[in-house]
Design a protein around this ligand. Structure first.
Ligand SMILES: Nc1nc2c(c(=O)[nH]1)N[C@H]1C(S)=C(S)[C@@H](COP(=O)(O)O)O[C@H]1N2
Ligand SMILES: [Mo]
Length: 380
């Protein structure tokens, strides 16, 4: 099978008309009932954080969402090296112990996938079908990238730094290693780290063992896992994951704008108890404390509001302190629940006045849809 066929033939043998597919007709909000086998296949590999996991300020590693485009690579750490090269005065080949011997920092960071909200779109792009659960907060330990770059002597002519993972696959008809770049200026921000531990333990294989990049405030795609090399280059990097994906575009032809920082979002821990299949909530009448968390990438969360009538009217919630400058903060609201059926909604506003929309923010690749969360509740 050619690489083009690998991207065109689905598990069910269906032919695809293009690299990308979109399903649904746009006539209704919410996904059409039929889900593709490929979406289930991706969802089983790339789990979301169960929403009740939002109760923990630091998400337990086993509950943190996952997104890996290709396979989790097999790494023998005794053979593994981080290769640092390109426009630097001292190219290096480093062991994990070399990196661990450097100054270390631990930082709590809320990471969110840029595709979070994708499966709520109509029409729906076929890819990892996130509803709203592609977010987690971990305590990451590693060494600041900026100091590391000083030590290797990045040339003044360097523009971008390219981070390459050990994971290889086919995407958009291209055989590739997962590879993303950042500008030298972004790389020098103090919160950007090369990390080898998560929640006080070595990275688990699925989270990037032995070493990953961590770019707080950016959507997750910037935080390259399973690092094999860091290369400084003199022109903007145009790899597939920069120009072919992670764009806010309206069609396959539209280059759009690059996806960068995390947009404001709040989530609610679904109250009461769930129906097994539909996840509709059953709540006892009386005062119910609604809680959840909100984040805004590099910005602060200024306000969180809830609605019990599907977004017609909103009430302000009480905010708790952020876990760190790059992590979510809790919110709380006392809801007088009277018997009936409700659609609870929550939305947040960042410190620059950006709020979450109540209707979908549609893009061709399903990026950055931070539409307010909705939860159906029956109060008895
Ligand atoms: N090498 C590599 N790094 C990667 C990815 C990948 O597929 N390969 N996925 C990215 C995406 S899209 C996200 S959202 C985050 C997810 O990190 P996690 O799986 O540790 O939660 O990793 C990023 N880093
Ligand atoms: Mo992602």
């Amino acid at each position: 099978m050619s690489r083009r066929e690998a991207g065109k033939t689905s598990a069910t043998g269906q032919e695809r008309s293009s690299r990308f597919r979109v399903v649904g007709d746009g006539s209704q909000l919410g996904p059409p009932d039929a889900v593709y086998r490929e979406e289930v296949q991706l969802a089983l590999r790339n789990r979301g954080t169960p929403l009740e996991g939002l109760r923990y300020p630091i998400t337990p590693a086993g509950m943190h969402y996952l997104l890996s485009h290709f396979d989790i690579p097999d790494v023998d750490v005794s053979q593994w090296r981080l290769e640092v090269g390109g426009l630097v005065s001292r190219p290096l080949s480093l062991t994990l112990d070399d990196i661990k011997a450097r100054p270390s920092v631990t930082l709590a960071v809320t990471m969110e996938c840029a595709g979070n909200g994708r499966a709520l779109l109509n029409p729906r792009p076929i890819s990892q079908p996130w509803l709203v659960e592609a977010v987690g907060t971990a305590e990451w330990t590693g060494t600041p990238l900026g100091g590391f770059l000083d030590d290797v002597g990045v040339s003044k002519s360097a523009v971008d730094i390219v981070f390459t993972g050990l994971d290889q696959g086919v995407q958009g008809d291209e055989i590739q290693y997962y590879r993303r770049s950042l500008s030298v200026a972004e790389c020098r921000r103090e919160e950007v780290l090369l990390v080898y531990a998560m929640n006080g333990r070595p990275l688990e294989p699925q989270h990037g063992y032995p070493l990953r990049l961590l770019v707080p405030g950016w959507y997750g795609m910037a935080s390259v896992k399973w690092l094999r090399s860091i290369e400084c280059i003199g022109e903007p990097f145009r790899g597939y994951q920069m120009v072919g994906s992670y764009r806010y575009s309206q069609s396959e032809e539209d280059p759009g704008e690059p996806v960068t920082l995390i947009r404001v979002r709040a989530l609610m821990i679904p109250p009461g108890i769930p129906d097994f299949v539909t996840r509709t909530r059953l709540v006892k009448a009386g005062e119910v404390t609604l809680t959840g968390r909100a984040w805004a990438g590099r910005l602060n969360v200024a306000r969180v509001e809830v609605s019990d009538d599907g977004g017609e009217t909103w009430s302000e919630t009480e905010l708790g302190d952020p876990v760190s400058p790059y992590a979510w903060r809790p919110w709380e609201y006392r809801w007088a629940a009277r018997p009936g059926t409700y659609t609870l909604c929550v939305r947040a506003w960042d410190s620059e006045g950006n709020g979450q929309p109540t209707t979908q923010h549609w893009t061709f690749l399903g990026m950055g849809n931070n539409m307010a969360q909705r939860i159906d509740v029956v109060v008895e």
